[in-house]
Design a protein around this ligand. Structure first.
Ligand code: LFR
Length: 483
């Protein structure tokens, strides 16, 4: 049979990749046809994304796909990191470069926003944990700092919808990415009037919410269908797990962020979920991913940047041989949020909390990985407590994303959590993006997703080992947090 083709544009905060997929006889073969590295830059006092570069990554990816195929791909889907957005004016032109969620402006206004609607209220209205990076906090800061902005904006488009619109898709916001904004009601079937009112956000900014995994337009003159694959990279990563809509399972999508969560059918809006620091984000298939945003390999990436060291594999290998410091940091501490001298920040945190600090790169990397494993364990327990029997002890955790390449972290996670870790796709977002496109264009049926994933990527299972070192480290962290 003839292969069906699709092109996934997967935009991460440090690289954009174009991955061409061909599906034949239930096997999905992928090929990276283009890659661009990029990072947020200061422009006129704000941390901004280079939108021209991101748009050209899409165009260059399409060109490369055409060359590889000898024809236009049947469809294209774009996924990006969550929460960032572009503002269009009333003529549909981009007002200014989209700002990055690590920009400092939200810190100046978050208290004022929480004075208008407290955290419990915002959570109740959206099902999403209030975090300063959320679109809600970002737009509130924009509106405070830019008088007249409210009138100048015709539409707020999350990045994947902005890029899809550039290609020719009508203005609209996919439900999966909408759910990360903190502006949509739980389940993202509509925008939250409560949040819009609290922020003084004109209703006209909020474009129609649309389903994911459906064809939403086409690129003029090519016949290439534009599909919203679940514009959020994490939604795509979860789609790559191949779970049935009602299957409840634990997952970790590990990259700069470590998204640990459980797939559940409906939003869970109970106080315990807020206390556990969890968000109800929407999946590509319309179900929910109940998850926690943990700072993830960002800590390592920033150390690498400080050290000028590209060789992750080498660092991880050395960490495997290094002696453990015996303590861990809280990866979510605000001290680690902004780009900066991460080795110094980690060292200071350890000094301040334990009176010791790592010596040498290998021990520093080990500290980071052990810290992530302990954070994974803490949140896996909370999720299991909330979701119940489907996540009973021993139920596995599916680990996907760049972190799935890091076997040391995967093994530490299995041991700290005392659960088998099932290693899935490294390019999970691209994989889920492609699957959503094939489902939208009719090249694959949703019920065959699991079989396609099984036939297309190798899954390894890592079994837990003796957890006592991790138990000790978690106890020390709990004591350090109280102090
Ligand atoms: C992962 C991710 C998370 C989101 C964070 C910020 O890449 O999309 O899901 O909360 O980045 O955008």
């Amino acid at each position: 049979t003839e292969a069906a083709s699709a092109l996934a544009l997967d935009l991460g905060s440090s690289s954009a990749r174009a991955i061409l997929g061909s599906l034949r006889d239930g096997v999905l073969v992928t090929q990276e046809v283009h890659r661009l590295t990029h990072r947020a830059q200061m422009r006129q006092g704000s941390l901004c994304w280079d939108i021209e570069a991101l748009n050209s990554a899409v165009a260059d990816g399409l060109d490369a796909a055409r060359q590889a195929l000898g024809t236009h791909p049947a469809s294209i889907g774009i996924d990006t990191w969550g929460v960032d957005y572009g503002l269009l004016d009333h003529d549909g032109a981009l007002l200014r470069p989209p700002r990055a969620y690590r920009d400092a402006r939200m810190a100046r206004h978050s208290a004022a926003l929480e004075g208008r609607i407290d955290r419990a209220g915002a959570w109740q209205a959206t099902g999403v944990l209030p975090m300063e990076i959320n679109t809600s906090y970002q737009v509130f800061a924009d509106l405070q700092e830019e008088p007249g902005l409210a009138q100048r904006v015709g539409a707020l488009l999350p990045l994947p919808d902005l890029l899809a619109h550039e290609l020719g898709a009508p203005v609209g916001v996919g439900r999966a990415i909408a759910s990360t904004t903190g502006l949509a009601a739980p389940g993202a079937r509509q925008w939250s009037p409560v949040m819009a009112q609290a922020i003084d956000l004109p209703e006209s900014w909020l474009a129609p919410l649309v389903d994911d995994a459906v064809v939403s337009g086409s690129i003029a003159g090519t016949g290439t269908a534009i599909v919203r694959p679940g514009g959020h990279d994490t939604a795509c990563a979860v789609h790559s797990l191949g779970l049935a809509p009602h299957q409840t399972a634990l997952f970790i999508s590990c990259g700069s962020w470590s998204l640990i969560g459980a797939t559940v059918p409906e939003p869970i809006v109970e106080p315990g979920v807020l206390e556990a620091g969890l968000s109800n984000e929407v999946r590509t298939d319309g179900g929910v991913r109940l998850l926690r945003n943990l700072t993830g390999l960002w800590l390592l990436q920033e150390c690498q940047r400080a050290w000028g060291e590209d060789d992750v594999a080498g660092l991880v290998e050395a960490a495997g041989r290094a002696r453990s410091l015996g303590v861990v940091v809280d990866p979510d501490d605000p001290a680690f949020m902004a780009p900066g001298d991460m080795p110094a920040a980690l060292g200071e945190w350890c000094q301040e909390h334990y009176g010791i600090e790592p010596s040498g790169r290998a021990q520093m990397v080990r500290l980071i990985l052990e810290s992530l494993a302990c954070a994974h364990a803490e949140h896996a327990e909370r999720l299991a407590g909330l979701v119940g029997s489907a996540l009973a002890p021993g139920a596995p955790i599916h680990l996907v994303g760049g972190g799935a390449r890091n076997r040391l972290l995967a093994q530490m996670t299995a041991t700290a959590c005392q659960r088998p870790v099932v290693i899935g796709a490294v390019e999970a977002s691209a994989m889920g993006n492609l699957l959503a496109q094939f489902e939208a264009t009719g090249a694959a049926r949703p019920q065959d997703r699991d079989a396609i994933v099984r036939q297309s990527c190798q899954r390894a299972v890592l079994e837990p080992e003796d957890p006592s070192a991790f138990t000790d480290m978690r106890e020390r962290l709990a004591r350090a947090r109280i102090r």
